[in-house]
Design a protein. Structure first.
Length: 615
């Protein structure tokens, strides 16, 4: 053997005996998700005093970008299928939260002209968050100019508003006693009513954080009150007055009427709707809607979804006419619906009626082995009557995690409003609402979500949460749970209502419908009571949750119904296996539910593509 051959073999032997580099450890996605949620929750608590300040928004963005890099480094192909779904969920959640942060950042910049004092207050609360020692004299010096800044903003708005009003009406000629000159104020554009409402809420938040800051040092830090009490009290008073001005004079909120003793007078729900809370919101536009739909794994355009909703609405009208004929009302289903609305329980009996209907619905699904109902889930739930103030935005029913909130006429209502509330919560309507809220609806759903993959609650979507309960409305209807034409009309009213929600909310955000037109649509096409219709629209447009939330009911229900046809009708699952499997996967986008049940191949760049609608 030559020296060169020997050297070559020796080299190969050394390579063969050398230790292999360790493969990167594959992380547990449930563990990563728990870590992200813990980071997000702790940072939220840490920044709670100044959550919308510029510095806090930067910190929140840095956290999300850090986690975006971490999920990008996960070896996706080496994950088990279930955790690939988790990786896609976390990746999508980060995109959605960054998009929300962009919106909050834009909103902060948009409101800044009417909040010129926020930087001073935020600087105090941020210093406390960082644990910096406080110098009371410096704090007082920072706070002392704030009341004047607030007053200047308010006076500038008044001047701008006055000029705008004067353009509408000719100004009176000045008299000898009327001064013709005023102190010049810097120009300040008027916010829209919706911007004024948001600015008022931001002002209230600043007042709250300032009070927490003051209370933390008052009585504990020597000389603090001596320096700070007066500027803090003056600032608090100025903030309260400014918030009130923005709400009442710009946003159009009317103060509640007072009696001789200064207490708020009882007013009817209709009076409140008409005079105290205008319908305020801000359409987001087609481009933003399309981004939101992609994040919900819905591969349709807003226009296509409106077409689907209108088709489903027409189906409901056909079914309504058939039930109306059974009630001897011909094709005038609106007349039949008005007749059904008059069939309600007596005052004081609605809560008992709800509990009886919940037992009936539970027995129905158990006897037919449609879904597993754990004994504790069946037993551990309750009811609570909604107060009048709550019914302004929740005119029907809701679920809280344990209680079904029951809407009905209250002693505090005027006579006509009591009748309207009872009509809106009649027997047939309630028979459809109870299974939606309790079993097999939200109560069963929440019970299982807390016990099966609970970490996935972070990814909760209305297309599953609300879609699940709407799906059961459709399934119970097809299984003839509603035995009478009156009950079918009650169920169809709600189904039609969910179609209408898609139509009015998407048209609103596309700029095709105004709030008043939305209310009229619900009254004229769905036959809502005005109180209920106004309450509904206020919730739709206010901007407190996803602009697609109201679409999630019907569209989510249609998604699950399509999946039911694909898996149960084909014999791959029984009814009970199918429903139990969905509950165990968590409240996630339904296209990923489908991918899980079918073990569909996945990739890190997975995009929505399931065209679930089959007319």
């Amino acid at each position: 053997m030559t020296h060169s051959r020997f050297a070559c073999l020796a080299s190969l032997l050394l390579v063969a005996l050398a230790p292999m580099p360790a493969r990167a450890e594959v992380p547990s996605l449930p563990s990563l998700i728990a870590q992200f949620e813990a980071d997000q929750r702790l940072l939220g608590i840490h920044l709670a005093l100044a959550a919308e300040s510029e510095a806090s928004l930067v910190q929140q963005r840095e956290l999300l970008q850090h986690w975006s890099r971490r999920i990008a480094d996960v070896p996706f192909t080496r994950l088990p299928h279930d955790q690939q779904v988790d990786a896609l969920l976390l990746q999508n959640e980060l995109k959605a939260t960054l998009l929300q942060l962009d919106t909050r950042t834009e909103r902060r910049a948009e409101l800044a002209p009417w909040l010129p004092f926020q930087a001073a207050i935020n600087s105090l609360t941020e210093a406390r968050v960082r644990g910096e020692p406080l110098d009371p004299e410096k704090a007082a010096s920072l706070l002392a100019p704030v009341p004047k800044a607030i007053k200047s903003a308010r006076e500038a708005l008044k001047a701008t508003k006055q000029k705008k009003d004067e353009k509408k009406e000719p100004a009176p000629k000045p008299s000898a006693e009327t001064p013709t000159t005023t102190e010049a104020l810097p120009p300040l554009a008027l916010p829209t009513p919706y911007q004024a409402l948001l600015a008022a809420e931001a002002t209230d938040a600043l007042a709250s954080s300032l009070k927490l800051w003051f209370d933390n040092y008052q009585g504990f830090l020597p000389d603090f009150a001596w320096w700070v009490r007066q500027p803090q009290e003056q600032t608090a008073k100025a903030l309260t007055e400014y918030s009130k001005y923005l709400r009442e004079e710009i946003a159009g909120f009317k103060p509640a009427a007072k009696d001789a003793d200064g207490a708020a007078q009882k007013s009817s729900a209709a009076d409140e709707e008409a005079s105290e809370e205008p319908l305020l919101g801000k359409p987001i536009g087609e481009e933003s809607l399309q981004r939101q739909l992609a994040l919900e794994f819905i591969p349709y355009s807003p226009a296509e979804l409106i077409t689907i909703a209108e088709r489903e609405f027409a189906w409901c009208e056909d079914q309504m006419r058939a039930a109306s004929r059974e009630l001897k009302q011909g094709d005038d289903w609106k007349k039949a619906l008005k007749q059904v609305k008059l069939e309600h329980v007596k005052p004081g009996e609605q809560e008992t009626f709800v509990r009886a209907e919940a037992r009936r619905a539970t027995d129905f699904v158990k006897e037919r082995q449609l879904v597993t109902v754990p004994p504790q889930c069946e037993q551990w739930w309750g009811t609570r009557m909604l107060l009048l103030a709550e019914q302004r935005s929740i005119p029907y029913a809701a679920y809280t995690g344990h209680d079904m909130l029951v809407a009905f006429a209250s002693e505090a209502m005027k006579h006509e409003d009591k009748l309207m509330s009872m009509r809106g919560n009649n027997r047939a309507f309630t028979r459809n609402v109870v299974p939606h809220e309790i079993i097999p609806g939200h109560h069963l759903q929440c019970y299982m979500a807390a016990r099966e993959r609970p970490y996935r609650s972070l990814f909760s979507t209305p297309f599953f949460v609300e879609g699940w309960s709407l799906y059961w409305e459709m399934r119970l209807y097809s299984l003839q749970y509603q035995a009478t034409p009156e009950d079918r009309i009650g169920a169809l009213f709600w189904r039609m209502h969910r179609c209408a929600r898609i139509i009015v909310t998407l048209k609103y955000h596309l700029g095709q419908m105004e709030p008043a037109q939305m209310v009229d649509f619900l009254i004229e096409r769905v036959v809502h009571e005005r109180f209920g219709a106004t309450s509904e629209v206020r919730r739709y447009i206010r901007g407190n949750y996803s602009p697609l939330y109201q679409c999630g009911y019907m569209l989510g229900g249609l998604q699950i119904l399509a999946l039911h046809r694909e898996l149960v009708a084909s014999g791959k699952f029984t009814e009970q296996q199918f429903h139990d499997a969905l509950l165990k996967l968590g409240p996630i986008p339904i296209e990923l539910v489908r991918a899980s049940l079918l073990q569909q191949p996945l990739s890190p760049d997975f995009k929505t593509q399931w065209r679930f609608d089959t007319p």
